[in-house]
Design a protein around this ligand. Structure first.
Ligand code: GLC
Length: 709
């Protein structure tokens, strides 16, 4: 942080505040939506200094829109109007740029499956640069909600079920979007959302209530958000829902006690779309005035789209229910972010070339898609497929384009997506590929071909906001297609283009190989074909447990030890179908026994920063080069409170050539051994296990002790 500039900005803020009318201050805490249609009215208000920000969409469900691009003329008109206002404060232009703006990268859940922070950071950086070239200055990403329920459509936007992995990806996203200097032409403002606990919506039903104890909040749901603050994120957005009966948007505990007082956050908080006004409909505020008062007191600095602040703030000030100091503080937070984002230096929009696609972004879209895909099954090493054999390609998603992009890419179109069947022809050669969507012909092709590849999945509109599903099994129609092909084909490979982690038990016996391709973005189908041909090797690992059936929800790896087997169902196996951290390669790896450089450390040594190094020999015993994600988990054998049996506390991706061997070393510090029994971080002395392996259900353990003193 450039302290000299920060000081200059703080005095600029005070200078602006001293001249602003109350009306203009109220304007700064209001955000309107901007479309071509609303532009004249927005410009009129902007000219009076009554618009602090605009969100570039006309719908409350931006994720479910497609191709809704922004109107550059409207943006320019509105910004110029704002610059003519009495204080000339530029407007901040926000939009949902979640996993790409026009060039789309894999959905965030799939990006987490790369277990590669540098790759996720690069995706965020490219996304920010592309958005910025269209005048977008602020994105409502990253979404940092911990997600354990695949019925919830927004699990696709999360980084999965583990707070450590989500924290790693939170930092990568913030650094990629904001960079070291947000005023740079290719950087924009990021937003941590939805604070907090949105992913715990009961029953996986979007917007539903959640019950999260403070213990679970602090150990599971807060860490990724805390990391985002430590990484310098400049804005936060509230969860629509409530925790234990308190609407998050009214929670002083969340937005002042934790976010400001405990974590020292100094950016600003924006409400989610209409979530302040919504409280009157939810019965938690009798009037919009009451909703405005409670949200503002809680620390919601800016109101997205609904007009509770605009319509009631003057009266709230006159009555003393809101003080001028509180209003000034909110405006300070907003002006601070605008100054850091360079809006005053470059108020006019950075409207670059219209055709903003760039070849290197497209190439990267394929690279990250290749690295997010998870090979779940590969019986008899049926994959990679030989190039001199006949391959029959079929399935709903063999021809699909829009769903390959996934949900939450408003502004994008599928114009650059190549249907999977075309990618297969490109990679294997037209003469090798047979394809049809005509049933009878397909039956013959399946019989004649050496291999059948069936592309199944989930429609993009069955995921994302407002798109929770009561069943997470593969659809009957898709399953039936695979069974039909299975009856006549020699070998069946299934590629799953889906957003949420579907339950695949019923599919399993009908597929020799399963590649989970997610909704992998613009070049995702090209990536899937490359993996099937062995031009790229699968290296994705599951960021979320993949269950056998809907009935198992919630099942996640970082769960306390089962006291009795009664925890399990009588009619379902207790384990997920595929566990957290799981994924196959095109080669095999063997692990030696893990060793430690020290067998114990004292509590004071740990707290003073001393570390323990975990070493493990890793051998590539297969016949192909490969990449392994060596994972390190920690078990606190005895603790004051019930803790997860194991927790991911480190990992390392390593490339090992066929027949080669390496020694992987991972360092663990105090954060690996402590937790929040109450509000403060605590390490309890005693015995721990440090466990190393390829995933959460295949680990080798070594003892470690934290001594008193
Ligand atoms: C939506 C979403 C939020 C999004 C915002 C703006 O309702 O909940 O994630 O950023 O509104 O589109």
């Amino acid at each position: 942080m450039n302290m000299k500039r920060e000081k200059e900005w703080e005095s600029k803020i005070e200078e602006l505040l001293s001249k602003m009318s109350t009306e203009e201050k109220i304007g700064q805490i209001c955000q309107l939506y901007l479309t071509e249609k609303s532009a004249p009215q927005v410009a009129e208000l902007a000219e009076k200094g009554l618009v602090g920000s605009v969100v570039l969409t006309g719908t409350a469900f931006a994720g479910n829109s497609t191709g809704t691009d922004i109107d550059r003329d409207a943006m320019t008109t509105v910004q110029n109007a704002a610059l003519r206002s009495p204080s000339g404060i530029p407007i901040l232009f926000g939009k949902d740029v979640i996993h790409g703006y026009r060039t789309i990268f894999p959905i965030p859940l799939a990006q987490a499956a790369t277990f590669d922070a540098e790759l996720v950071k690069e995706a965020a950086s490219r996304m920010a640069a592309e958005a910025s070239r269209s005048g977008i200055q602020w994105t409502y990403a990253p979404m940092l909600d911990l997600a354990r329920d695949a019925r919830w459509g927004r699990i696709i936007e999360s980084f999965g079920e583990d707070p450590y992995l989500a924290s790693v990806m939170a930092r990568a996203s913030v650094e990629g979007i904001q960079g070291d200097d947000m005023s740079a032409d290719d950087k924009i403002v990021a937003c941590a959302k939805h604070f907090v606990g949105y992913g715990a919506a009961e029953g996986g039903r979007d917007y539903n209530k959640s019950e999260i104890t403070d213990y679970t909040l602090r150990n599971m749901y807060l860490p990724a958000f805390r990391t985002a603050v430590d990484a310098g994120i400049q804005t936060f957005m509230n969860n629509f829902g409530d925790i234990g009966g308190e609407p998050c948007v009214f929670s002083k505990y969340l937005f002042r006690d934790i976010l400001r007082d405990e974590w020292g956050f100094d950016g600003f908080v924006v409400s989610d779309w209409g979530s302040i006004a919504n409280q009157t409909g939810k019965g938690t505020a009798e009037t919009k005035r009451e909703a405005a008062m409670r949200a503002f007191r809680a620390g919601i600095d800016m109101e997205m789209v609904s007009r509770c602040y605009y319509e009631n703030m003057q009266e709230l000030l006159d009555s003393g229910d809101i003080t001028t100091e509180m209003l000034d503080d909110a405006v300070r937070n907003i002006l601070r972010v605008k100054l850091r984002a360079g809006l005053f230096e470059k108020p006019c929009l950075n409207l670059g070339e219209l055709d903003i696609y760039r070849e290197d972004d497209m190439a990267f879209s394929k690279k990250i898609a290749e690295k997010c895909m998870v090979l779940l099954k590969n019986d008899g090493n049926v994959l990679p497929l030989p190039r001199d054999k006949k391959i029959f390609v079929t399935g709903t998603y063999a021809y699909e384009r829009r769903s390959i992009l996934g949900n939450w890419c408003p502004g994008a179109t599928d114009e650059k997506v190549n249907p999977f069947v075309d990618c297969m022809k490109e990679v294997f050669g037209k003469e090798q590929i047979m394809s049809t969507d005509v049933y009878e012909i397909g039956y013959q092709y399946a019989r004649q071909a050496d291999y059948a590849v069936v592309a199944v999945g989930e429609n993009w509109r069955e995921t994302g906001e407002g798109n929770s599903m009561a069943r997470i099994e593969l659809s009957e129609r898709e399953l039936e297609l695979v069974k039909t092909v299975r009856r006549v084909a020699r070998k069946v490979v299934v590629v799953v283009f889906a957003g949420r982690p579907l339950a695949l038990s019923e599919l399993l016996p009908h597929a020799d190989a399963i590649l989970y391709a997610w909704h992998p973005g613009t070049r995702g189908t090209d990536a899937a074909a490359s993996i099937l041909a062995g031009d790229a090797s699968p290296e994705g690992r599951l960021p979320v447990s993949m269950l056998r059936s809907t009935g198992q929800i919630p099942t996640y790896y970082n769960h306390p030890l089962a006291q009795y087997h009664y925890r399990e169902y009588r009619d379902e196996l207790p384990t997920p179908l595929y566990p957290f951290g799981y994924g196959l390669s095109y080669t095999e790896f063997s692990y030696g026994e893990p060793t430690l450089d020290v067998e114990s450390l004292s509590l004071s040594e740990l707290m003073a920063g001393k570390t323990v190094k975990v070493k493990v020999a890793l051998k590539n015993t297969g016949d192909r080069d490969g990449v392994e994600t060596v994972q390190v988990y920690v078990r606190d054998r005895f603790a004051y409170k019930s803790r997860p049996d194991i927790e991911l506390k480190g990992y390392q991706k390593v490339s090992v050539e066929k027949g080669g061997e390496t020694v992987v070393e991972i360092t663990l510090g105090k954060n690996a051994f402590g937790y929040y029994p109450e509000k403060d971080f605590v390490i309890e002395t005693g015995d721990f296990d440090i466990l190393v392996g390829p995933h959460s259900e295949e680990l080798k353990s070594v003892a470690f002790n934290v001594k008193k003193g």
